[in-house]
Design a protein around this ligand. Structure first.
Ligand code: NAD
Length: 686
């Protein structure tokens, strides 16, 4: 045995306790300890049965992901499960907290499963680009049937104990005394084994399997892990258990070292790191319960919904009644939509709406622990709002701005308490998008930063801390990317070719489709306001301005880079746009050239990597991996590609240097080259 596993006794039942805080991860020490414990008690004739359980808050909540990047040390998880299955005594898994991934596979290797109500169970491997590699794809279908197993494994869904009981994933659910119930279960088995491997896979018709597979492939974007998982599960019915098990393991071994799995593991660790910040580590977050949102427009309404969902009491404030009514209508119709779609009970929707108070009476700000401003993007308007908030908010209340571009320090300077001011940059729609950029102003105190990070957790958002700078992390990288795409437009590619190439790479939407969706006038106004600061010799693409001048502001006007029959309708190429582009090329004497998709993707990624190097050098982003988290969670960058920093690191420093020479030449005057080598420095984890 090891320090992580001990054996206790409950009469004639041996209780094997896994004690590997904080999550009882299935590390090699745990696996070694389990094999030793099973061997030891198997040899004790007085032992009648065995219970395996976790100490602390959970069963095995998952595997040690670091291990997946290297050769896996023996004993492997399949070896542990084999020891359990070949052990002569019945083994009962007692589950609480989480039994996920390898943890649930271990439980499936046991002869029975008893779970405490509220336990979450599941096989999330596919979300990490791999498949369950210790029999999960073989044992689960023997309990749930093949179609259900396909849906569970391919989505990586986490199922609560009660639902898991209905699906057959656990045998008994108890509300207390898990250990007592598991010991009783082991005793009741009277020394008889009940291995899942010995059961037949429930019969079902091919149609059901095809339907489940098609749905899983669609939802999983046909990714290799999804395909492999389906193959493995289906073979549970067509091959012997041992053959299918061996094929599953081989597929797992091949996938775990694939680029995709490495990229997804990278994102996993990057997201975990981004949620921490050294400056917040020693600070105590301020308690939050009441939130005031100022401005009930697109963002304010979304932020209010996000706060209601997280259990906060919300006060929504506006400058006039009409705007307030529009905002409240937005929130009501959101909840009505959820109810109509059968996704929320009416009583739950009413409870949420019951915690919302909408008013034009700003004295209500006095009751708030946190105020989030989401008014027009105008420094003067924001400063006026913050001056007013400063005079009403209670001492210690946090004053946050959802600004996208305004200087947070200039906003904070309009208050007497800049230490309490922070940026909370939500993304649209604010109740859906996971990313929350937390902007740390020059004076923002450490406990306010800690509160921001904790708030993100409560809102179930992914935080990334940015320094105060124009566009913070995300919009600044996105602007460099979009600029490069405009260069390519000018050089010969069409909007539809660029969008299609980047969507084929995996972006949720190409940059021109995104521009049409958010409205071309936003960037137009921005360009106009920055016109005086632009380097006169820098390359400037006039095409977007020409489209705006022609009244083509995107979807909302039925035309932008594309034509639309209706706001939600499909995009169609428009010959008029080609004429605008041709005229712009002619004006500059550019002869259009054929560009291949590989160039489009490479230049886009290089532009991001270059801007990232600048952001890191300026100290706006703390670490390269934060940039990946921002792009994946806020800008539709394909998660399975790991983010632009992961891509850059994979390419290698020499190739990147050459690439950047090439990009600089193509981009023309005004291209600012970043020092890409810092992406490769030891402290830049990717
Ligand atoms: P919006 O125009 O939809 O809403 C702004 C609301 O603020 C309006 O309802 C307006 O009546 C109200 N308002 C204006 N001045 C006010 C004042 N003095 N007091 C009270 N209310 C006032 O704008 P939006 O898209 O919701 O953007 C709001 C903020 O969020 C901006 O700073 C914007 O940059 C930022 N933001 C927007 C997005 C986006 O995609 N729309 C994304 C991230 C951040």
């Amino acid at each position: 045995m090891t320090a992580c596993v001990r054996v206790e006794r409950d009469g004639n039942i041996a209780v094997v306790v896994i004690d590997n805080p904080p999550i009882n991860a299935g590390s090699v020490e745990v696996r070694r300890g389990l094999v030793a414990a099973i061997d030891e008690v198997n040899a004790q004739p007085e032992v009648f049965g065995i219970v395996i359980m976790g100490a602390g808050n959970t069963f095995i909540a998952g595997s040690d992901l670091h291990e997946f990047g290297q050769p896996i040390a023996e004993p492997s998880l399949p070896a542990v499960i084999s020891a359990i299955e070949t052990c002569e005594k019945p083994v009962v898994a007692a589950l609480h907290g989480a039994a996920l991934g390898g943890g649930f596979e271990l439980a499936l290797g046991c002869d029975a499963r008893v779970a405490l109500s509220g336990t979450v169970l599941g096989l999330p491997e596919v979300t990490l680009g791999i498949i369950p590699g210790a029999g999960g794809t073989q044992r689960l279908p023997r309990l749930t049937g093949i179609p259900e197993a396909i849906s569970l494994v391919c989505s990586g869904e986490r199922v609560r104990a009660d639902a898991a009981r209905m699906l057959g994933m656990v045998d008994i659910v108890v509300t207390d005394d898990l250990r007592g119930a598991a010991v009783a279960c082991a005793r009741k088995m009277e020394g008889r084994k009940a291995r899942i491997r010995d059961r037949a896979v429930p019969a079902c018709d091919d149609g059901a399997i095809e339907k489940a597979s098609a749905a899983a492939l669609r939802a999983g974007k046909n990714r290799p892990a999804v395909r492999a998982a389906i193959d493995a599960i289906v073979s549970s019915a067509t091959h012997s258990f041992d053959d299918a098990l061996a094929s599953e393991r081989a597929a797992f071994q091949a996938l775990r070292v694939s680029r995709e799995a490495r990229a997804l593991r990278h994102q996993f660790f990057a997201e975990r790191d981004a949620a921490k910040h050294p400056a917040a580590e020693t600070a105590t977050a301020r308690p939050l319960q009441r939130v005031a949102v100022i401005g009930a427009g697109t963002m304010g309404a979304g932020i209010a919904i996000a706060a209601l969902e997280a259990g906060f009491d919300v006060v929504l404030l506006e400058q006039d009644e009409a705007a307030l009514v529009r905002g409240v209508d937005r929130i009501r119709s959101h909840y009505q939509g959820r109810v109509d779609a059968g996704k929320m009970d009416t009583s739950v929707a009413r409870e949420r709406e019951g915690r919302l108070k909408a008013s034009v009476d700003w004295t209500l700000v006095a009751g708030a622990d946190l105020v989030i401003e989401a008014v027009f993007e105008d420094l003067k308007v924001k400063q006026e709002v913050f001056r007013r908030l400063d005079s009403i908010a209670r001492p210690g209340a946090i004053l946050a701005s959802n600004t996208s571009y305004t200087d947070l320090d200039a906003i904070a300077a309009s208050t007497s308490r800049p230490q309490d001011v922070i940026g909370l940059h939500f993304f649209s729609p604010a109740h859906v998008m996971r990313l929350l950029e937390i902007v740390r102003g020059a004076a923002t105190s450490q406990d306010v930063l800690a509160t921001g990070l904790q708030l993100a957790k409560r809102l179930r958002k992914q935080p990334v801390v940015s320094a105060n700078a124009f566009g913070f992390i995300g919009n600044r990288i996105y602007a460099a990317y979009r600029r490069q795409c405009e260069f390519m437009l000018e050089e010969g590619a069409s909007p539809q070719q660029i969008d299609a190439a980047l969507e084929a790479f995996g972006f949720a939407m190409g940059p021109f489709a995104v521009a049409d969706l958010s409205g071309l006038d936003i960037a137009w106004r921005m360009r106009q306001s920055l016109a005086s600061t632009r380097e006169p010799q820098a390359r400037y693409v006039h095409i977007p301005d020409r489209l705006c001048e022609a009244g083509r502001l995107g979807r909302k006007t039925g035309a932008g880079y594309y034509l639309y029959d209706q706001t939600g309708g499909a995009r169609r190429p428009d010959p008029e746009v080609d004429r605008v582009i041709d005229a712009a090329r002619l004006e500059k004497g550019i002869a259009a050239r054929v560009m291949n998709d590989e160039e489009i993707v490479r230049r886009s990624l290089l532009a991001m990597a270059n801007e990232a190097a600048l952001l890191l050098a300026e100290g706006i982003a703390r670490q390269a991996s934060d940039i990946d988290v921002v792009l994946v969670n806020g800008y539709g960058f394909p998660k399975w590609e790991g983010g632009p920093m992961f891509w850059a690191r994979e390419r290698g420093v020499e190739a990147l240097e050459e690439d950047l020479d090439w990009l600089a030449g193509l981009s023309g005057p005004g291209f600012v080259r970043g020092d890409i080598r810092q992406l490769f420095s030891a402290e830049q984890r990717t």
